[in-house]
Design a protein around this ligand. Structure first.
Ligand SMILES: *Cc1c(COP(=O)(O)O)cnc(C)c1O
Length: 353
Protein backbone atom coordinates (compact mmCIF):
# COMPACT_ATOMS: atom_id res chain seq x y z
CA UNK A 1 0.00 0.00 0.00
CA UNK A 2 1.13 3.50 -0.83
CA UNK A 3 0.60 5.77 2.17
CA UNK A 4 -0.43 9.30 1.23
CA UNK A 5 -1.95 10.48 4.53
CA UNK A 6 -1.24 9.76 8.21
CA UNK A 7 -4.80 8.56 8.63
CA UNK A 8 -4.10 5.49 6.52
CA UNK A 9 -1.73 4.37 9.27
CA UNK A 10 -4.30 4.61 12.05
CA UNK A 11 -5.53 1.42 13.74
CA UNK A 12 -9.21 1.93 13.05
CA UNK A 13 -11.93 0.12 14.91
CA UNK A 14 -15.70 0.39 15.40
CA UNK A 15 -15.93 0.65 19.20
CA UNK A 16 -18.23 -1.22 21.57
CA UNK A 17 -21.42 0.63 22.54
CA UNK A 18 -22.05 0.38 26.28
CA UNK A 19 -25.56 0.64 27.69
CA UNK A 20 -26.63 4.18 28.48
CA UNK A 21 -25.69 5.61 31.91
CA UNK A 22 -28.32 8.30 32.52
CA UNK A 23 -27.20 11.42 34.40
CA UNK A 24 -30.16 11.28 36.77
CA UNK A 25 -30.98 8.73 39.46
CA UNK A 26 -34.69 9.21 38.89
CA UNK A 27 -34.86 6.36 36.42
CA UNK A 28 -35.27 2.65 37.04
CA UNK A 29 -32.09 1.43 35.47
CA UNK A 30 -32.38 -2.10 34.13
CA UNK A 31 -30.20 -1.74 31.02
CA UNK A 32 -26.67 -2.83 32.01
CA UNK A 33 -27.18 -5.80 34.36
CA UNK A 34 -25.95 -3.92 37.39
CA UNK A 35 -26.83 -5.24 40.83
CA UNK A 36 -29.56 -3.31 42.69
CA UNK A 37 -27.95 -3.99 46.07
CA UNK A 38 -25.04 -2.09 47.63
CA UNK A 39 -21.68 -3.80 47.80
CA UNK A 40 -20.95 -5.72 51.01
CA UNK A 41 -20.74 -3.50 54.13
CA UNK A 42 -17.20 -4.87 54.50
CA UNK A 43 -16.27 -2.98 51.32
CA UNK A 44 -17.53 0.27 52.81
CA UNK A 45 -15.56 -0.45 55.98
CA UNK A 46 -12.16 -1.02 54.34
CA UNK A 47 -12.56 1.97 52.04
CA UNK A 48 -13.46 4.28 54.92
CA UNK A 49 -10.45 3.04 56.88
CA UNK A 50 -8.08 3.53 53.94
CA UNK A 51 -5.36 6.11 54.49
CA UNK A 52 -5.30 8.16 51.30
CA UNK A 53 -1.67 9.11 51.86
CA UNK A 54 -0.92 5.67 50.45
CA UNK A 55 -2.23 6.91 47.09
CA UNK A 56 1.21 8.49 46.62
CA UNK A 57 2.61 5.04 46.08
CA UNK A 58 2.26 2.66 43.16
CA UNK A 59 -0.05 -0.21 44.05
CA UNK A 60 1.01 -3.83 44.51
CA UNK A 61 1.60 -5.08 40.96
CA UNK A 62 0.53 -8.55 42.04
CA UNK A 63 -2.69 -7.25 43.66
CA UNK A 64 -1.75 -9.91 46.22
CA UNK A 65 -4.52 -9.29 48.73
CA UNK A 66 -7.20 -9.73 46.08
CA UNK A 67 -5.51 -12.61 44.26
CA UNK A 68 -4.98 -14.54 47.50
CA UNK A 69 -8.57 -13.96 48.65
CA UNK A 70 -9.84 -15.27 45.30
CA UNK A 71 -7.50 -18.28 45.40
CA UNK A 72 -8.78 -19.18 48.86
CA UNK A 73 -12.45 -18.67 47.91
CA UNK A 74 -12.17 -20.84 44.78
CA UNK A 75 -9.79 -23.45 46.18
CA UNK A 76 -6.92 -22.87 43.73
CA UNK A 77 -3.30 -21.71 44.02
CA UNK A 78 -2.60 -17.99 43.83
CA UNK A 79 -0.62 -18.49 40.63
CA UNK A 80 -3.79 -19.80 38.98
CA UNK A 81 -5.52 -16.43 39.43
CA UNK A 82 -5.23 -13.36 37.20
CA UNK A 83 -6.99 -10.08 38.02
CA UNK A 84 -7.79 -7.08 35.85
CA UNK A 85 -9.74 -3.85 35.55
CA UNK A 86 -13.12 -5.48 35.03
CA UNK A 87 -13.48 -8.69 33.09
CA UNK A 88 -13.47 -6.53 29.96
CA UNK A 89 -9.80 -5.88 30.67
CA UNK A 90 -9.19 -9.55 31.50
CA UNK A 91 -10.88 -10.75 28.31
CA UNK A 92 -9.15 -8.14 26.17
CA UNK A 93 -5.76 -9.36 27.50
CA UNK A 94 -6.95 -12.90 26.90
CA UNK A 95 -7.65 -12.17 23.22
CA UNK A 96 -4.24 -10.54 22.90
CA UNK A 97 -2.42 -13.42 24.60
CA UNK A 98 -4.13 -16.58 23.39
CA UNK A 99 -5.82 -15.80 20.10
CA UNK A 100 -2.64 -15.48 18.12
CA UNK A 101 -2.88 -17.54 14.96
CA UNK A 102 -4.12 -17.17 11.41
CA UNK A 103 -7.05 -19.46 12.24
CA UNK A 104 -10.50 -18.10 13.01
CA UNK A 105 -11.58 -17.87 16.62
CA UNK A 106 -15.16 -18.94 17.30
CA UNK A 107 -17.98 -17.48 19.37
CA UNK A 108 -21.80 -17.55 19.15
CA UNK A 109 -23.60 -15.22 16.71
CA UNK A 110 -25.77 -13.90 19.52
CA UNK A 111 -23.44 -13.00 22.37
CA UNK A 112 -21.57 -10.31 24.27
CA UNK A 113 -21.06 -7.61 21.68
CA UNK A 114 -17.52 -6.83 22.82
CA UNK A 115 -15.97 -10.03 21.41
CA UNK A 116 -16.07 -8.99 17.78
CA UNK A 117 -14.73 -5.55 18.75
CA UNK A 118 -11.60 -7.03 20.37
CA UNK A 119 -11.17 -9.40 17.44
CA UNK A 120 -11.33 -6.43 15.05
CA UNK A 121 -9.02 -4.32 17.22
CA UNK A 122 -6.32 -6.99 17.44
CA UNK A 123 -6.88 -8.12 13.83
CA UNK A 124 -7.81 -11.64 14.94
CA UNK A 125 -9.75 -13.60 12.31
CA UNK A 126 -13.10 -14.76 13.70
CA UNK A 127 -16.27 -16.58 12.76
CA UNK A 128 -19.56 -16.37 14.61
CA UNK A 129 -21.36 -19.67 15.14
CA UNK A 130 -25.18 -19.49 14.90
CA UNK A 131 -27.06 -20.55 18.01
CA UNK A 132 -29.99 -22.89 17.52
CA UNK A 133 -33.47 -21.33 17.31
CA UNK A 134 -33.91 -21.81 21.06
CA UNK A 135 -30.62 -19.90 21.60
CA UNK A 136 -28.72 -22.98 22.82
CA UNK A 137 -25.34 -24.10 21.51
CA UNK A 138 -24.75 -27.12 19.32
CA UNK A 139 -21.36 -28.39 20.55
CA UNK A 140 -20.75 -30.09 17.20
CA UNK A 141 -20.36 -26.63 15.66
CA UNK A 142 -17.18 -26.21 17.70
CA UNK A 143 -15.58 -29.45 16.52
CA UNK A 144 -13.47 -27.95 13.76
CA UNK A 145 -10.10 -26.38 13.23
CA UNK A 146 -10.04 -22.98 14.99
CA UNK A 147 -7.77 -20.37 16.57
CA UNK A 148 -9.54 -20.31 19.93
CA UNK A 149 -13.02 -20.30 21.43
CA UNK A 150 -14.88 -17.92 23.73
CA UNK A 151 -18.34 -18.66 25.07
CA UNK A 152 -20.23 -16.86 27.81
CA UNK A 153 -22.07 -19.20 30.16
CA UNK A 154 -24.79 -18.23 30.89
CA UNK A 155 -24.85 -16.45 27.56
CA UNK A 156 -25.56 -12.73 27.26
CA UNK A 157 -27.98 -11.32 26.25
CA UNK A 158 -30.04 -14.54 26.14
CA UNK A 159 -29.51 -15.71 29.75
CA UNK A 160 -29.29 -19.32 28.55
CA UNK A 161 -27.11 -21.65 30.63
CA UNK A 162 -25.26 -24.52 28.96
CA UNK A 163 -24.58 -27.72 30.90
CA UNK A 164 -21.10 -28.71 32.03
CA UNK A 165 -21.40 -31.68 29.67
CA UNK A 166 -21.74 -29.34 26.70
CA UNK A 167 -18.74 -27.28 27.85
CA UNK A 168 -16.67 -30.42 28.39
CA UNK A 169 -17.66 -31.80 25.00
CA UNK A 170 -16.27 -28.63 23.42
CA UNK A 171 -13.09 -28.85 25.53
CA UNK A 172 -12.54 -32.48 24.58
CA UNK A 173 -12.72 -31.60 20.90
CA UNK A 174 -10.29 -28.68 21.22
CA UNK A 175 -7.02 -29.65 22.92
CA UNK A 176 -5.04 -27.39 20.59
CA UNK A 177 -6.95 -24.16 21.27
CA UNK A 178 -7.46 -22.04 24.34
CA UNK A 179 -11.12 -22.25 25.37
CA UNK A 180 -12.39 -19.26 27.38
CA UNK A 181 -15.64 -19.50 29.33
CA UNK A 182 -16.93 -16.07 30.32
CA UNK A 183 -18.88 -16.69 33.52
CA UNK A 184 -20.04 -13.11 34.17
CA UNK A 185 -23.45 -14.40 35.32
CA UNK A 186 -22.58 -17.81 36.78
CA UNK A 187 -23.39 -16.84 40.37
CA UNK A 188 -27.11 -16.54 39.67
CA UNK A 189 -27.77 -20.26 39.86
CA UNK A 190 -25.45 -21.80 37.25
CA UNK A 191 -22.76 -24.42 37.76
CA UNK A 192 -19.27 -23.08 37.14
CA UNK A 193 -16.89 -25.07 34.98
CA UNK A 194 -14.03 -24.15 37.34
CA UNK A 195 -13.57 -27.79 38.49
CA UNK A 196 -12.63 -28.63 34.87
CA UNK A 197 -9.45 -26.52 34.99
CA UNK A 198 -7.57 -29.41 36.63
CA UNK A 199 -8.40 -31.60 33.67
CA UNK A 200 -7.95 -29.09 30.85
CA UNK A 201 -4.80 -26.99 30.87
CA UNK A 202 -6.23 -24.90 28.02
CA UNK A 203 -9.43 -23.84 29.84
CA UNK A 204 -9.62 -20.27 31.13
CA UNK A 205 -12.61 -19.27 33.29
CA UNK A 206 -13.37 -15.55 33.55
CA UNK A 207 -15.61 -13.93 36.14
CA UNK A 208 -16.42 -10.40 37.33
CA UNK A 209 -17.32 -8.39 40.43
CA UNK A 210 -19.64 -6.18 38.36
CA UNK A 211 -22.77 -8.27 38.56
CA UNK A 212 -23.05 -10.70 41.50
CA UNK A 213 -20.80 -8.64 43.79
CA UNK A 214 -22.42 -5.24 43.08
CA UNK A 215 -19.11 -3.57 42.22
CA UNK A 216 -19.33 -2.54 38.57
CA UNK A 217 -17.88 0.86 39.47
CA UNK A 218 -14.76 -0.67 41.02
CA UNK A 219 -13.79 -2.45 37.81
CA UNK A 220 -12.66 -5.87 39.03
CA UNK A 221 -12.54 -9.00 36.92
CA UNK A 222 -10.53 -12.18 37.20
CA UNK A 223 -9.53 -15.33 35.38
CA UNK A 224 -8.72 -18.75 36.82
CA UNK A 225 -6.91 -21.46 34.92
CA UNK A 226 -3.77 -23.58 34.80
CA UNK A 227 -0.52 -22.03 36.02
CA UNK A 228 0.76 -22.03 32.46
CA UNK A 229 -2.20 -20.05 31.11
CA UNK A 230 -1.96 -17.53 33.95
CA UNK A 231 1.78 -17.13 33.40
CA UNK A 232 1.30 -16.35 29.70
CA UNK A 233 -1.52 -13.94 30.49
CA UNK A 234 0.57 -12.17 33.15
CA UNK A 235 3.52 -11.84 30.80
CA UNK A 236 1.35 -9.94 28.32
CA UNK A 237 -0.31 -7.84 31.01
CA UNK A 238 3.09 -6.82 32.43
CA UNK A 239 4.10 -5.85 28.90
CA UNK A 240 1.18 -3.42 28.65
CA UNK A 241 0.78 -1.94 32.16
CA UNK A 242 2.06 -3.36 35.43
CA UNK A 243 -0.14 -1.28 37.73
CA UNK A 244 -3.62 -2.03 36.48
CA UNK A 245 -5.37 -2.57 39.80
CA UNK A 246 -5.76 0.51 42.00
CA UNK A 247 -5.39 0.03 45.77
CA UNK A 248 -9.06 0.63 46.59
CA UNK A 249 -10.16 -2.02 44.12
CA UNK A 250 -7.62 -4.40 45.62
CA UNK A 251 -8.72 -3.96 49.24
CA UNK A 252 -12.42 -3.52 48.42
CA UNK A 253 -12.39 -6.57 46.18
CA UNK A 254 -10.72 -8.71 48.82
CA UNK A 255 -13.24 -7.55 51.44
CA UNK A 256 -16.14 -8.46 49.13
CA UNK A 257 -14.78 -11.95 48.48
CA UNK A 258 -14.38 -12.57 52.19
CA UNK A 259 -18.01 -11.65 52.94
CA UNK A 260 -19.50 -14.88 51.63
CA UNK A 261 -22.68 -14.54 53.65
CA UNK A 262 -23.67 -11.21 52.10
CA UNK A 263 -22.83 -12.54 48.64
CA UNK A 264 -25.05 -15.60 49.14
CA UNK A 265 -27.89 -13.54 50.55
CA UNK A 266 -27.98 -10.92 47.78
CA UNK A 267 -27.52 -13.33 44.88
CA UNK A 268 -30.31 -15.53 46.28
CA UNK A 269 -32.59 -12.52 46.49
CA UNK A 270 -31.96 -11.70 42.84
CA UNK A 271 -32.63 -15.31 41.88
CA UNK A 272 -35.94 -15.17 43.78
CA UNK A 273 -36.94 -11.91 42.09
CA UNK A 274 -35.95 -13.37 38.71
CA UNK A 275 -38.20 -16.37 39.19
CA UNK A 276 -41.03 -14.08 40.29
CA UNK A 277 -40.38 -11.87 37.23
CA UNK A 278 -40.61 -14.88 34.91
CA UNK A 279 -44.12 -15.55 36.23
CA UNK A 280 -45.23 -11.95 35.89
CA UNK A 281 -43.80 -11.59 32.36
CA UNK A 282 -45.50 -14.80 31.26
CA UNK A 283 -48.83 -13.49 32.59
CA UNK A 284 -48.30 -10.33 30.53
CA UNK A 285 -47.86 -12.36 27.32
CA UNK A 286 -44.06 -12.32 27.09
CA UNK A 287 -41.97 -15.30 26.07
CA UNK A 288 -38.29 -15.78 26.81
CA UNK A 289 -35.61 -18.45 26.95
CA UNK A 290 -35.24 -19.70 30.51
CA UNK A 291 -32.75 -17.38 32.20
CA UNK A 292 -30.11 -18.37 34.72
CA UNK A 293 -28.68 -14.85 34.93
CA UNK A 294 -29.71 -11.51 36.44
CA UNK A 295 -31.69 -10.52 33.36
CA UNK A 296 -34.49 -11.85 31.16
CA UNK A 297 -34.44 -11.69 27.35
CA UNK A 298 -38.10 -11.22 26.60
CA UNK A 299 -40.21 -10.72 23.55
CA UNK A 300 -43.94 -9.99 23.44
CA UNK A 301 -46.43 -11.98 21.40
CA UNK A 302 -48.14 -8.86 20.01
CA UNK A 303 -46.27 -5.63 20.74
CA UNK A 304 -42.89 -5.07 19.02
CA UNK A 305 -39.90 -4.83 21.38
CA UNK A 306 -38.77 -1.51 19.96
CA UNK A 307 -42.12 0.07 20.79
CA UNK A 308 -42.05 -1.29 24.35
CA UNK A 309 -38.46 -0.09 24.73
CA UNK A 310 -39.36 3.46 23.67
CA UNK A 311 -42.47 3.64 25.83
CA UNK A 312 -40.66 2.31 28.90
CA UNK A 313 -37.94 4.87 28.40
CA UNK A 314 -40.49 7.69 28.25
CA UNK A 315 -41.68 6.47 31.65
CA UNK A 316 -38.14 6.51 33.08
CA UNK A 317 -37.54 2.78 32.83
CA UNK A 318 -34.34 1.83 30.98
CA UNK A 319 -33.94 -1.64 29.50
CA UNK A 320 -31.66 -2.77 26.66
CA UNK A 321 -32.68 -3.17 23.04
CA UNK A 322 -30.58 -4.12 20.00
CA UNK A 323 -31.70 -3.48 16.46
CA UNK A 324 -29.80 -6.53 15.22
CA UNK A 325 -30.80 -9.56 13.16
CA UNK A 326 -32.45 -12.40 15.13
CA UNK A 327 -32.82 -10.33 18.32
CA UNK A 328 -34.57 -7.14 17.18
CA UNK A 329 -37.83 -8.19 18.81
CA UNK A 330 -36.30 -8.83 22.24
CA UNK A 331 -35.71 -6.69 25.30
CA UNK A 332 -33.06 -7.49 27.85
CA UNK A 333 -34.48 -6.59 31.24
CA UNK A 334 -32.09 -6.60 34.19
CA UNK A 335 -33.51 -7.94 37.45
CA UNK A 336 -33.74 -5.09 39.95
CA UNK A 337 -35.31 -5.01 43.39
CA UNK A 338 -38.76 -6.57 43.73
CA UNK A 339 -40.23 -3.06 44.21
CA UNK A 340 -38.64 -1.84 40.98
CA UNK A 341 -39.78 -4.90 39.08
CA UNK A 342 -43.36 -4.39 40.26
CA UNK A 343 -43.25 -0.85 38.86
CA UNK A 344 -41.97 -2.24 35.57
CA UNK A 345 -44.78 -4.81 35.38
CA UNK A 346 -47.31 -2.09 36.12
CA UNK A 347 -46.05 -0.02 33.16
CA UNK A 348 -45.73 -3.08 30.94
CA UNK A 349 -49.34 -3.97 31.66
CA UNK A 350 -50.35 -0.51 30.39
CA UNK A 351 -48.17 -0.83 27.28
CA UNK A 352 -49.14 -4.34 26.20
CA UNK A 353 -52.62 -4.49 27.76
C1 LIG B 1 -20.80 -7.55 32.06
C2 LIG B 1 -20.05 -8.52 31.22
C3 LIG B 1 -18.66 -8.51 31.16
C4 LIG B 1 -17.80 -7.39 31.65
O1 LIG B 1 -17.89 -7.05 32.90
P1 LIG B 1 -16.86 -6.08 33.60
O2 LIG B 1 -17.71 -5.03 34.19
O3 LIG B 1 -15.88 -5.56 32.61
O4 LIG B 1 -16.23 -6.97 34.60
C5 LIG B 1 -18.02 -9.52 30.46
N1 LIG B 1 -18.71 -10.47 29.83
C6 LIG B 1 -20.04 -10.50 29.84
C7 LIG B 1 -20.76 -11.57 29.10
C8 LIG B 1 -20.76 -9.51 30.52
O5 LIG B 1 -22.08 -9.51 30.47
Amino acid sequence: MNYTTWEQRVRKVEPYTPGEQPKTDKVIKLNTNENPFSPSPMVEKVIKEYNEDALRLYPDTRAGLLVDALAKRYGVDSDQVFVGVGSDDVISQTFLTFFNSDKEILFPDITYSFYDVWAELYRIPYRTVPLKDDFTINPDDYKCDNGGIIIPNPNAPTGVLESLDTIEEILKANPTSVVVIDEAYIDFGGTSCLPLIDKYENLLVVQTFSKSRSMAGMRIGFAIGSKKLIKYLSDVKFSVNSYTMNPLSIIGGAAAVEDEEYFQKTTQEIINTREYSKKRLTELGFTFPDSMSNFIFASHKKVPAKEIFTKLKEQGIYVRYWDKPRINNHLRITIGTKENMDKVFEKLAEIVG
